[in-house]
Design a protein around this ligand. Sequence first.
Ligand code: TK8
Length: 349
Amino acid sequence: MKNAFNKRMYIVLISSLLLAGCGSNKAEEVSSTTESTGEIQERKFKLGVGLNENHSEGLGAKKFKEIVEEKSEGKFDVSLYFNNQLGDDLQTVNNLKAGTQELGVISTSPLTSMVKEFGVFDLPFAFNTEEEAYAVLDGSVGTQLLEKLPDQKLIGLGYWENGFRNMTNSKHPIETLEDFKGLKIRTMPNEVHLDVFNKLGSNPLPMAFSEVFTAMETKTIDGQENPLPTIELNKFNEVQTYLSMTNHVYTPFIFMASEKFWNELSEDERTIIQEAVIESGKYQREQNLEQNKASLEKLKELGMKVNEFSDEEKEKVKEAIAPVIEKHSAQIGQELVDEMYAEIEKMRQ
Ligand code: TK8
């Protein structure tokens, strides 16, 4: 079955290439050379991630390499690149589109400039727990979004976890709605985040992740927001005094392939990679949950001043940003937003 499918696909592809160029009478010859498309060939390819090799994202990448190399019986050779070595999230997208990088893991938030629907995950306080996020990401909403990527020459293979974001800054603890006012906060390149922080009276500045540490060190910005493992493993505590546990939004990681690369693969080769993304993703999420707990303890030990953000103040923030949520929900697509909330509601019952 699989081979027959591959053969057909290959013939369609080759025939159209031939039609475009050198005449259709060669199609017969081509069909006799298609058997290799179901096989696993020797291949070398690159996987780039944004964080370091000790972060759950880095551990997940190593696990992915291990699984893929084992399943391909050593025919696949994956080179890993950590710390945005191949480029920031948006550069990674460009590399994948151009086919100069085969695989990459990034936050979903910067994708909204290409596929606005990904903004559904940027709506603050949508999820209360990681399990709620998994239900949405691995269910219909997450799948619908992956299906929008081929239009961008990208193939979405699944969701990993960046996690719930918390505020850090060098000025004062953020304990109330008022405390957001006047702070220069770096955001990811994402319209929802930008509008939310504007509404809260902060001065948001979208910036690539790799510039954030220096921007805090030189006081170009007062603070930033990210999940705890990132704050710890990127040593943000060295340039930030206050950590405020706002948990204001959950950011998924998305594992993507270059469409150009994907088109070169046989069905069997694709299956190996797809399965490895899911398997290593389970591991990555588990590691991330562990790291989230450990990082909080570590950051306290390292002397960061940590404060909670009360439910009462959360309600005030939600109220303040309600118009922003409403505007962006309409832009993202109310139907999709409602579907996400319905899925979350199901989890809560
Ligand atoms: C790493 C990014 C990062 C994200 C951000 O590539 O930009 O703040 O949270 O961790 O995806």
